[in-house]
Design a protein around this ligand. Sequence first.
Ligand code: MRU
Length: 343
Amino acid sequence: MSQELRAVDWTGTGLTLVDQTLLPHRTETVDVSDVDTLVDAIQRLVVRGAPAIGAAGGYGVALALLQGEREGWTDGEILRAIARIREARPTAVNLMVCVDRVTARLPEGLDAVLEEAAAVQREDVEANRGLAAYGADWLLKKAGEDRPLRILTHCNAGALATAGWGTALGVVRELHARGRLEVVYADETRPLLQGSRLTAWELAQEGIPHYVQVDGAAAGTILRGAVDAAIVGADRIAANGDTANKVGTVGVALACADAGIPFLVAAPTTTVDLSTATGDDIPIELRDEAEVLEWAGVRTAPVGSRGHNPAFDVTPGRLVTGLVTERGVLEVSAGELPADRLR
Ligand code: MRU
């Protein structure tokens, strides 16, 4: 993605979001000036990815304040509107953390709220730049040799999913910039295709060689020896290193463990939730069954079949070789736990 095009931007009076439901065929933005539209955009995945919905949620506090002024809301009504933004999706902790952080400035007025939301956005880009360098350093040290690396990723953890640059794709971009990336295997990521629509689009924009493969190909590609490491993003990381990410991630981690290759989770520390002890306590969003029973609006499963559509799964910390944050790499499966190292 060009550096000018941001997934989430504040225009001065409202939010502009890249409509990620339309990519890769159409690059369009939507203007958001009220809370209902923002909640709908988060739930329909117009804006998506843990840090990006965190950034949008931060600016959402400003939207609620402005709408409240326009429509004569009480303080209680403004707070209830903010709570609706905070709860628009349950799994990514960034949404709650960023909304709470910006809401704390509410008593100081709009300028303070906007200053805090902008800081959330700026710090996310800085964190991504930092963690990308740590991740690339770690991988290249591990690989030892001079040959470029073959990386598998699942879902989209790129510029689109963040305030900029990306987490897992930030590491990929860093490897590419250092001339140490051979190819990326991008899992298509059923059912909403964040991999084939968004990750492949970002990689194509950067001129990074890649294959799109169906999710079911990932384990075989890894066990066949075609991949040196897998890197994914995260929606919430528990104190013990258990990691919620897009459904299908845990299968990638299991295959990496069996093949003896690194499985890295790349995420800013805003995604680490030390108040959640283990992955069992992470709420997993269940989405509409139509997303798996239909294809492009046409029913594919028999009428009468029910759909099971968890948007995320939890990878146990014992399978996470490295957790890459802006503070460095924690070797979680070797016993370096977020609870001990990221307080
Ligand atoms: O449902 P989505 O598209 O919001 O899911 C996104 C993911 O699972 C990402 O991997 C995660 O949020 C990290 S984005 C840097």
